[in-house]
Ligand binder design. Structure first.
Ligand code: PLP
Length: 464
């Protein structure tokens, strides 16, 4: 595929401006002062190009989000046409626009059960933040304001607002206050680390027992909700044991506790379903949040989808709902989402992931036999490789080894972009990936792991 053309720009300018003026999200800023930048200048299909014109296969799908692939003309047309028709108008009070109404109806048609109400925002963090505010407001309206406590899990990632950072793994709250009064972390369903020696079913029993005892110790009538990703993404692509979500939801509902499914990564095809909660995990949550694949990252947009039951309470006489954003229902973003969903439907991308996902699992699985690799896990187009210094003990490398970044660099040398996350590399490619591209990922990862093992040996680092 030829690189799309852009106007020439002095090489090095972007990196220089970045070093001088930018702060990157979730970065070791000290390290970044010295480290090189990879300036991504162009993108088309399943590929991106750096400013020197070098092409990389996009193994990370932007940031779990480029589901339909990059640079689609019809996305550009839909977006520009919407800008020409209605660039923006307020969604507040009784104002509305056709794109947001159409998208609300579309999302309701895909959401399970009576999840027919949608409030839009701009990113996964604000979608989860809104979900929590909806839940607290709901209990307040029902005359149970003591129901404030939230169950979440270790290895969770729900976002980077103050409350969603608190709902995420405690490791994300370094240097600022973590909400501890009403946020409770259960262990994650991470069988490789938490369930060693147990069968899936035994491990599931342990997790459910912990959830029950935590609810009992808080006091069931003080617990507002549980929030969980169907597969924990940024925490390490943690696939729960079979039946875990169903049993968690049943347990929560038996105590009247609401269940929020954070589908920011898993919705819109990544696991082969538009919405994974019911189709894949057999649950109908009370609230679903989504973002990322909703527009495939072309423009920012998120949605919090809630049940008619919750909405009925929030819209009772005398209630006022204090939550929303200038861009809740931005017509350009909603138009982009509608076009994106139309493409996913027309090209049958969910079916494609169901077909091709197992191949990605298959090409990555043999990495387990290589040095450094402790675990390979995930599902379909959401995969992860975990590195360890000691395979038997499953001991991690010291953070200063930057093992995920080393392998990431060695993949880049072979024209593949993956995501480094401490001791992990994560894969969430466009859903349009071809068979030869999937096999390419397998080969490059194999070689990059072996190169990295040689590099560490030369440096005198021991592993085994
Ligand atoms: C499951 C999940 N929820 C929420 C978020 C936050 O989304 P955003 O970065 O768009 O705010 C993310 C981001 O990766 C995520 O993976």
């Amino acid at each position: 595929m030829n690189a799309p053309q852009i106007s020439p720009r002095e090489t090095g300018l972007t990196e220089a401006l970045d070093r001088r003026h930018l702060m990157h999200p979730f970065a070791d800023l000290h390290h970044m002062a010295q480290s090189e930048r990879t300036v991504i200048a162009r993108a088309k299909g399943n590929y991106v190009w750096d400013e020197s014109g070098r092409r990389f296969l996009d193994g990370l799908g932007g940031m779990w989000c480029s589901n339909i692939g990059h640079g689609r003309e019809e996305m550009a047309d839909a977006i520009s046409e919407q800008v020409r028709t209605l660039d923006y108008y307020s969604p507040f009070d009784d104002l509305c626009n056709p794109a947001m109404a159409d998208l609300g109806a579309k999302l309701a048609s895909y959401a399970p059960g009576d999840l027919n109400r949608v409030i839009f925002s701009t990113c996964g963090s604000t979608a989860a933040d809104s979900a929590i505010r909806i839940v607290h407001h709901y209990w307040h309206r029902l005359g149970q304001p003591q129901r404030q406590h939230i169950l979440t899990r270790h290895h969770a990632y729900h976002g980077s607002t103050y409350i969603t950072a608190s709902l995420s793994d405690p490791g994300y709250c370094d240097g600022w206050l973590r909400e501890e009064g009403f946020v409770h972390h259960l262990q994650s369903p991470y069988i490789y680390r938490n369930g060693r020696g147990m069968s899936e079913a035994e491990f599931c029993d342990v997790l459910i027992a912990e959830m029950r005892s935590t609810i009992e110790s808080i006091g069931p009538d003080r617990v507002a909700c549980f929030i969980g990703e169907p597969i924990q993404g940024s925490g390490g692509v943690i696939v729960p044991p079979a039946g875990y979500h169903q049993r968690s939801l049943e347990l929560c509902h038996s105590y009247g506790i609401l269940y929020i499914s954070d589908e920011v990564v898993t919705a819109f095809g990544r696991l082969g379903h538009m919405i994974a909660s019911e189709a894949r995990f057999g649950i109908t949550p009370d609230i679903i949040t989504c973002a990322k694949g909703l527009t495939s990252g072309y423009v920012p947009l998120a949605a919090t989808i809630l049940s008619d039951r919750i909405h009925e309470v929030l819209s009772a006489p005398g209630a006022y709902f204090n939550n929303g954003f200038t861009y809740s229902g931005h017509p350009v973003a909603c138009r982009a989402a509608l076009k994106n969903i139309e493409i996913i439907e027309r090209e049958k991308l969910c079916e494609r992931v169901t077909r091709m996902g197992p191949l990605l699992e298959e090409v990555l699985a043999p990495l387990r036999e290589l040095p450094l690799v402790g675990d390979v896990r995930g599902s379909r187009f959401m995969m992860c490789v975990e590195y360890v210094q000691d395979k038997e003990e499953r001991r991690l490398f010291d953070g200063s080894t930057r093992i995920g970044k080393r392998i990431w660099r060695n993949c880049q040398k072979r024209d593949l972009l993956v995501r480094p996350l401490e001791h992990l590399n994560v894969f969430s490619p466009p859903l349009t990936l071809e068979e030869d591209e999937i096999r390419f990922i397998g080969r490059v990862m194999h070689d990059a792991v072996l190169d990295t093992a040689d590099e560490l040996t030369r440096e005198g680092v021991r592993f085994g």
